[in-house]
Design a protein around this ligand. Structure first.
Ligand code: ATP
Ligand code: MG
Length: 567
């Protein structure tokens, strides 16, 4: 977690408001926030922004953050989602203590509040169909029309509401609506629906209810009931605020302060549970935790650390206006974090066999390799070197173009931590012409990678020793979409899925120190990128790695060009 010094320096318009409130001793200086997910899907990186803000601000100001499941819609909600949400928040590094709340625990109270509004003549039962209600609602430019049922007596409304509750009517037959103003310029104020009939069991309440409160009638009152002082909502709730205010005022209950902030949008992905659900159910990805998904479980499986996600949320900050954040920034954050903590290892993804002709047949040398040049405390390990090695197919060209400094016929290069080698012969498949093996010689005087005569080579290659290397599967993940904003085109967003977002390589070779690598372990494969042992498919018999991110840093480039552009 962040240390105190860092927290104290953090500042944004919401924290400024909270600071002011504390200064004025508003709410006796208390700070209570909440993170209110609806358990109808897995959390994504957009939610992480809201989590870091709500839990982070509460902690910084000595307050509390409630985890409240806004579970008022039984149709899409599931216990599986409740569990995944809790797991993801804990993984991110936040803790709600005993403050686990469910809006459904307030159903009784909400019902009583609805009755109170009916008795005050502020709510009525409407028999219009959902479609008619939509028609009557009007548009942004045209006022709405009052329902013919709007002026029912309190007695009749009360009676019908009771009968709705006892299950007398089928789904959709009637609704309870707030009696506000059908001509309001704010459509949310045009007699919004408060309760609907749904003969559906609830994931926590079972068959107890067949009428359910709408989100609009649930959210603000749940905040009120929990004594939330600062109700931090994403910007789409700005237009709902007058409605929440209206309910709280008419019910004469405690009134939390709602403050809106911008939603996170991220390029080359979608951040909407509904859209992500379509990818899962359509089989476009392997599940909510597919490493290509912007979900926290997907990011975790692909190798992201909680620290990198918190650093990302801190970097993007909290503002009022919506914007799109470049996904390169997220990748930059994980690279920066893994650079510090991930041990380096050598792995060859596209193996090409190399025979060192003058190296003794049965000899194996254990050479010293540095685990992390960024962190000397991580020490060294031994890697075996022998007569037959594998190098990356890309690291050899029979006819090297200009500026290709890696291995080529007659050329000398350095094998990382080992020796200088020179390519002396190329073996090809007779039929296909494909290079299948290289023959090289090594210079025994260059052990450790330096020539005593001071001669230089222009490149250093990673390698593994064929006899000791372990075979592994490596999954190269790339961005999920080919378009920066997949939602902006005319076509369905799935049209823009990246067909090359997953490439599976089944015969990679990794150095033997990776034997027994545990699920979730993260490494830098030298010269290739950061990789994580898959937490589902990897076993002791068959290691499976996911690429978290390549080493190429596009964000640094973007920042550089922005700076150059700005002079
Ligand atoms: P989605 O659009 O993905 O379905 P949602 O807003 O419906 O998201 P909720 O479960 O209601 O999902 O979200 C819980 C909290 O997370 C809300 O307070 C919401 O404002 C916040 N949140 C959701 N998406 C984002 C986002 N992209 N950026 C910032 N906060 C978000
Ligand atoms: Mg929502």
């Amino acid at each position: 977690m962040k240390n105190e010094k860092e927290s104290a320096t953090r500042s944004d318009f919401i924290r400024d408001i909270i600071k002011e409130d504390i200064k004025k001793n508003k709410n006796d200086g208390r700070v209570i926030t909440r993170f209110p997910p609806e358990p109808n899907g897995y959390l994504h990186i957009g939610h992480a922004k809201a989590i870091c803000l709500n839990f982070g601000a509460a902690k910084e100001f000595g307050g509390h953050c409630n985890l409240r499941f806004d579970d008022s819609n039984p149709i899409k909600e599931k216990e599986e989602y409740v569990e995944s949400i809790k797991k993801d928040i804990r993984w991110l590094g936040y803790n709600w203590g005993d403050r686990e709340c469910f809006a459904s625990d307030y159903f009784e109270q909400l019902y009583e509040w609805a009755v109170q509004l009916i008795k005050d003549g502020k709510a009525y039962i409407d028999d219009l169909s959902a479609e008619e209600i939509r028609e009557y609602r009007g548009t942004l430019t045209a006022p709405g029309k009052e329902s013919p049922y709007r002026n029912r007596s309190v007695k009749e409304n009360f009676d019908l509401f009771e009968r709705m509750k006892t299950g007398e009517f089928p789904d959709g037959a009637r609704v309870l609506r707030a009696k506000i103003d059908m001509a309001s310029p704010n459509i949310n104020m045009r007699d919004p629906v408060m309760y609907r009939i749904l003969h559906k069991p609830h994931h926590r309440q079972g068959d107890k209810w067949c009428i359910y409160p709408t989100y609009d009638f649930t959210h603000g009152q749940s905040d009120s009931k929990e004594g939330v002082t600062h109700s931090l909502c994403s910007i789409e709730f700005e237009d709902h605020r007058p409605l929440y205010d209206w309910f709280l005022e008419k019910l004469h209950v405690y009134h939390p302060q709602q403050i809106e902030f911008a939603r996170l949008n991220l390029s080359y992905t979608v951040l909407s549970k509904r859209k992500l659900m379509q990818l899962v159910s359509g089989g476009d990805v392997s599940g909510w935790d597919d490493p290509r998904m912007p979900t926290l479980s997907g990011l975790r499986r692909s190798g992201y650390t909680p620290e990198s996600i918190r650093a990302f949320c801190e970097r993007i900050g909290v503002a009022k206006r919506d914007s799109v954040v470049d996904i390169a920034l997220l990748e930059y954050c994980v690279r920066e974090d893994l650079n510090k903590r991930a041990p380096r290892v050598m792995a060859v993804l596209h193996p090409l066999r190399v025979v060192i002709d003058n190296y003794p047949e049965d000899q194996v040398e254990d050479l010293d390799a540095i685990n992390n040049p960024e962190d000397p405390d991580m020490g060294i390990r031994k890697v075996p070197f022998s007569r037959v090695l594998y190098i990356e197919r890309d690291d050899f060209r029979e006819e090297p173009p200009k500026k290709f400094y890696r291995l080529a016929p007659g050329r000398e290069v350095r094998m990382r931590y080992a020796y200088f080698i020179t390519c002396v012969d190329v073996v090809k498949d007779e039929k296909t012409g494909k290079v299948v093996e290289l023959h090289c010689t090594y210079d025994p005087a260059t052990r450790g990678g330096n020539a005593p005569d001071g001669r230089k080579v222009k490149s250093t290659l990673h390698w593994v020793s064929a006899a000791q290397a372990i075979e592994a599967e490596v999954r190269l993940y790339d961005r999920l979409f080919v378009k920066p904003n997949p939602l902006e085109g005319k076509e369905d967003f799935k049209t823009y899925l990246n067909p090359k977002s997953l490439e599976t390589l089944t015969s990679c070779r990794v150095e033997p120190s990776l034997k027994g690598a545990r699920q979730g372990n993260r490494y830098q494969f030298e010269r290739l990128g950061y990789f994580c042992v898959d937490s589902i498919d990897s076993t002791d018999e068959k290691l499976v790695f996911n690429r978290t991110v390549s080493l190429r840093d596009q964000w640094a480039k973007i920042e550089k060009s922005m700076k150059a552009g700005n002079g």
